[in-house]
Design a protein around this ligand. Structure first.
Ligand SMILES: Cc1cc2nc3c(=O)[nH]c(=O)nc-3n(C[C@H](O)[C@H](O)[C@H](O)COP(=O)(O)OP(=O)(O)OC[C@H]3O[C@@H](n4cnc5c(N)ncnc54)[C@H](O)[C@@H]3O)c2cc1C
Length: 323
């Protein structure tokens, strides 16, 4: 029996994972590569929000065979699993997760050609943003302010400042639940505003690396610093958060934060969760917030914005239920 990560409930086999996909091959023997699996790791320790109870099982993977081996183990044992990067867009349940959390630290960077970078999915996305801008390439300047991994950025199609991850992608390497490795070109993948085809794909288990193709630019360093400075001035960066809680309505054309601000909700709190005074679309863990506090405050904000402006806000982060 196959098992799936909890946020991939509505599944279908996508064309890009079917037999015709280029570069599909079985990984070498996985025996001897299973990482150490522990019990009871508190998920608040691996989430930027600092919220979440214990994971039944937990492991950390540093190379592809470890990742494939952990996935294959979960699959064979019918254990639900979830691959995470920096946990900077996840809200874990107070009861934790009744399965295996796989913390991805596949962290390598290869310069394949001028402006072409192949990067492990556990590589810090903000470091990549600074490196590529310093090398004189444009396309990932926005990444320097995003505290996630490359895998998380591809999965979420992270974006800011008019740029998004999908626009800079050339190809993605994924591992299937059958332990197959598959290279998919950007053309085969349809991304949307904060959405990727990986979010609801049957057979897909994890992103192992991404290749970006960037163009040279004389202004990349300046742009990257400008974006980062703007962030420092407008976001509560020293506080525990998951970035923007809601997607901007109208496919990103309107500002969720300005609706929340106009509704007078800045500073509103429930338990330890608080709408930031600095940026209304950030909800911070101001004082030992529980997931319940967070969810209640999020519901209240949605309700107020709906009743005052008739606008339906949609969550941008991923809620990970216990089961
Ligand atoms: C201060 C702050 C600022 C932020 N600013 C922005 C911003 O400007 N723009 C923006 O888009 N986001 C922003 N974010 C949100 C977040 O950083 C991004 O969504 C980021 O891309 C998530 O990466 P991660 O590695 O932390 O993913 P995680 O939170 O660990 O995971 C998110 C989802 O991706 C999946 N996933 C992660 N890695 C893999 C993998 N290798 N294979 C398969 N699935 C995987 C997880 O299962 C989960 O469903 C911000 C967050 C914070 C805290």
């Amino acid at each position: 029996m196959l098992s799936w990560s909890c946020n991939r409930a509505a599944v279908r086999v996508p064309a890009w994972l079917e037999a015709s996909s280029a570069g599909k091959h079985q990984l070498e023997s996985l025996s001897g590569h299973l990482p150490r699996i522990s019990q009871g790791k508190l998920l608040r320790e691996v989430s930027s929000w600092g919220v979440g109870g214990p994971a039944k099982l937990f492991c950390e993977v540093h190379h592809e065979l470890q990742l494939a081996s952990a996935l294959s183990y979960c699959n064979e044992q019918s254990i639900p699993f979830l691959v995470i990067g920096k946990g900077s867009n996840c809200l874990f349940d107070d009861r934790g997760f009744d399965g295996c959390i796989i913390l991805n630290r596949l962290s390598f960077l290869k310069r394949l050609a001028s402006g072409v970078y192949q990067v492990g999915s556990g590589y810090p996305f903000n470091v990549l943003g600074v490196q590529t801008a310093n090398d004189g390439f444009t396309g990932l300047e926005f990444a320097s302010g995003i505290p996630g991994t490359v895998g998380g950025a591809v999965y979420m199609n992270a974006g800011a400042d008019g740029q998004e991850t999908a626009s800079a992608l050339k190809s993605v390497e994924v591992i299937t639940v059958f332990g197959m490795k598959c290279k998919i070109s950007r053309e085969e993948l349809v991304f949307g505003y904060r959405s990727s085809p990986f979010q609801n794909a049957q057979g897909f288990a994890a992103i192992s690396s991404a290749t970006f193709a960037l163009t040279s630019s004389a202004n990349s360093r300046e742009e990257q610093r400008k974006f980062l400075n703007r962030r420092k001035q407008t976001q509560p960066l020293g506080e525990r958060s998951a970035g923007c809680v809601f997607k901007n309505p109208g496919s990103g054309c309107q500002s969720a934060g300005s609706f929340i601000d106009k509704a007078g909700l800045k500073g509103m709190s429930i338990g330890g969760a608080k709408v930031s005074e600095v940026h209304a679309n950030f909800i911070t863990n101001a004082c030992n917030s529980s997931a319940k506090d967070m969810m209640e405050l999020i519901s209240l904000v949605k309700e107020q914005v709906r009743s005052k402006f008739g606008v339906e806000l949609e969550e941008e982060f991923i809620y990970i239920p216990f089961r």
